[in-house]
Write a protein that binds this ligand. Structure first.
Ligand SMILES: C[S@@+](CC[C@H](N)C(=O)[O-])C[C@H]1O[C@@H](n2cnc3c(N)ncnc32)[C@H](O)[C@@H]1O
Length: 236
């Protein structure tokens, strides 16, 4: 990937957030630039083509903007030769607890994606081919994690894809640093910082497998001091 391509994709995926205000635009630029998950998802071809992708705890909808712009660049022939094709996603549905984030997502993306306000523990999921949850599961209780995973499995067909990024609570200092930054950002974005519900990598693999998935792991924190791992699961 060239530096020019990197800048182009970040600029294009952030650009719609100008319509959502100064904070939303700058947050988009900073997050897309600093978080290796966004490029990682594309470079490793983790998200397949899909009729519907569900993004749970979608924040201001950055993943939707990212995937839409990636596909536009791919279709225009502006795409790294060594990367797999950008996924073709027909519709994206995001669910988010914070009304400000939902407003920002809607202001930025209009009708290009759909965003709903709600709690993933209480909102019915739609039928999907791909479900993504980035950095959210540890905010919900252990029992709710199990229930959400069971409902995600029920929303997918056999062979459907579930992708989540988690922290490994056995990850030592980088894990504690990740948590500290995560909680600080969560607080600054207006949440009350309650208890968080972390697990070791082994535990995450176990809970996802016993809810009907095969699962593989891919570290996704290169270039950062964090300890985040992407889990790519396929519905059995
Ligand atoms: C660390 S942010 C990640 C945002 C987004 N997934 C991303 O990677 O850009 C966690 C998000 O999960 C949302 N969230 C936390 N608990 C939630 C719940 N129970 N239902 C819906 N969203 C939730 C928060 O409001 C926040 O926007």
């Amino acid at each position: 990937m060239t530096e020019h391509f990197r800048r182009t994709l970040i600029a294009r995926a952030s650009q719609p957030y100008r319509a959502a205000g100064f904070f939303a635009w700058n947050f988009a630029k900073g997050k897309l630039k600093g978080d290796p998950a966004f490029f990682g998802l594309l470079a490793h071809g983790l998200i397949p083509d899909a009729k519907r992708l569900m993004d749970l705890g979608c924040g201001q909808g950055l993943l939707a903007s990212w995937l839409l712009e990636a596909r536009t660049l791919y279709e225009s022939g502006n795409w790294p030769a060594q990367w797999p094709a950008a996924p073709k996603i027909e519709s994206i549905w995001g669910l988010e607890l914070m009304s400000k984030d939902v407003e920002r997502a809607r202001a930025a993306l209009g009708t290009r994606a759909e965003f709903a306000l709600g709690d993933i523990c209480r909102t019915d999921f739609c039928t999907s081919d791909v479900v993504v949850i980035l950095d959210v599961l540890h905010y919900i209780s252990y029992e709710a994690q199990e229930d959400v995973l069971r409902r995600i499995r029920a929303s997918l067909p056999a062979g459907g894809t579930f992708i989540t990024r988690i922290g490994d609570s056995a990850g030592g200092l980088p894990f504690h640093y990740s948590n500290w930054v995560d909680r600080a950002v969560f607080f600054l974005r207006g949440h009350r910082v309650n208890r968080i519900y972390c697990r070791t990598l082994e535990d995450w693999l176990g809970i996802i497998s016993r809810n009907g998935f095969t699962v593989m792991q891919l570290p996704m924190h290169r270039g950062t001091p964090f300890c985040n791992i992407m889990l790519i699961a396929k519905a059995i």
